[in-house]
Design a binder for this molecule. Structure first.
Ligand code: XIL
Length: 393
């Protein structure tokens, strides 16, 4: 796993390649001298070559973005795990948006383009236009893609709900959907939220939704959804994703019980995601102990949709002052620090739920005066960015 990490993360890979190349050249040089294959003059030209080669290597900006200090100021360059962000394809034509994405992040999640209601147009037709656009863009720019989300009660299309399938037909259709989508992106999407938000805030299964009412044993159905995903792409990492996992004991307990059952009954699962839609006022100690408990499963951990609400009272007269910005920076720092405390091989990624405060779902869903992200509306780094960076090892 540690070895995998070296090859997965560009910063480590570059350092490793440099080290290997440097060592290899020195050994070759030594060997040629020992064998009497080169004399002093040839030796000198080899040395000049080594110096020139090494200088070229260390100029690479992946290692040191500023080129004049050893401090790293870019999130994706500093982190030893992927730094993801939620993206909307229609914003990629905005140059500032696209530049900020490419410079700071090395993984993306589609904010809505890979959800069931976007892709599954009718019983017999799929629309992959937007999802393809996003995946192609990512691959062209050496960005990894996390798939979100295969089975989510909020995203079942209206036509599907209206069909009123019995449990056998329901499962057959969902199996077909999972297989079609995951096969299409096999080898391109590195991981999937297979199932999203099946537990309520008290740890009970959501049974109120019509889509869940069909199954006598819904957990077994979800287990089979994980299996269908694994069958379609054996390499992809498979996640269960939910909100409030680290702060709600009952929900976390229910999730851990499900993981235990999956392990006992042979259903595949690789990781757990907590969305991390929290606030500056959220209890940091609670978050930290909850995260540790989440990691006690031994699974990968994904902070999958991070944003931090500042206007906690939903006040119409709210002003995002420098004091508020600092509180938010402290929270981002604390989140990065608690994630860093996990065993290295369990740190999957931290994904921010949007690039800029200009386009955040929270101005609609929470309050118009909300500033939850790392870049302001003009794509300037906020204090939250610096706090987050500081929290990384
Ligand atoms: C939200 C998106 O941000 C919105 O643009 C969309 O309209 C609705 O969904 N939990 C999830 C995400 O798993 O998919 C949700 O994203 C936010 C809550």
């Amino acid at each position: 796993m540690v070895f995998n990490n070296i090859w997965k993360y560009p910063k480590h890979r570059l350092m490793t390649i440099q080290l290997v190349n440097k060592t290899r050249i020195m050994l070759t040089y030594q060997y040629l001298i020992n064998m009497g294959k080169i004399n002093l003059w040839k030796g000198l030209s080899v040395l000049i070559f080594i110096v020139a080669f090494y200088t070229t290597c260390t100029k690479d900006s992946d290692l040191n973005p500023t080129n004049n200090s050893s401090e790293i100021f870019i999130l994706k360059d500093k982190a030893s795990f992927n730094i993801g962000v939620a993206v909307k394809t229609n914003l990629l034509s905005d140059t500032a948006y696209a530049n900020t994405l490419r410079k700071n992040f090395n993984q993306i999640t589609a904010e809505y383009e890979m959800k069931m209601e976007t892709i599954w147009q009718s019983s017999a037709s799929y629309s992959f236009t937007k999802a393809d656009e996003l995946v192609d863009y990512a691959l062209q720019n050496e960005i990894q893609v996390h798939g979100h989300a295969l089975v989510w009660y909020k995203s079942f299309p209206v036509w599907f709900k209206n069909a009123k399938y019995d449990s056998a037909a329901f499962e057959e259709k969902v199996k077909e959907y999972i297989t079609t989508v995951v096969t299409r992106y096999k080898g391109k999407v590195i991981s999937w939220d297979v199932v999203n938000e099946i537990f309520d805030d008290y740890g009970g299964l959501r049974v109120d939704e019509t889509v869940y009412a069909t199954f006598h044993d819904p957990i077994a159905f979800y287990g089979r959804c994980f299996q269908y995903t694994r069958n379609a792409d054996p390499q992809a990492k498979l996640f269960y994703n939910d909100y409030s996992v680290v702060i709600s004991g009952p929900k976390r307990y229910a999730i851990k019980q499900m993981v235990e059952r999956f392990n006992n009954e042979g259903y595949p699962i690789d990781g757990l995601g907590d969305q991390f839609h929290y606030k500056v006022s959220t209890d940091k100690m609670l978050m930290k102990s909850g995260m540790k408990d989440m990691a006690a499963t031994g699974l990968l951990v994904h902070i999958s949709e991070l944003d931090i609400v500042v206007n906690v009272d939903k006040s119409d007269s709210y002003v995002f002052t420098s004091t508020e910005a600092q509180k938010q920076a402290d929270t981002y720092q604390a989140v990065a620090e608690m994630f860093e405390e996990l065993p290295q091989e369990q740190k999957f990624a931290i994904t921010i739920w949007g690039i800029t405060d200009k386009y955040t779902w929270l101005t609609g869903w929470w309050h118009p005066k909300e500033y939850p992200l790392l870049f302001d509306s003009n794509y300037q780094k906020k204090e939250s960015y610096n706090g987050f960076l500081k929290g990384l090892n």
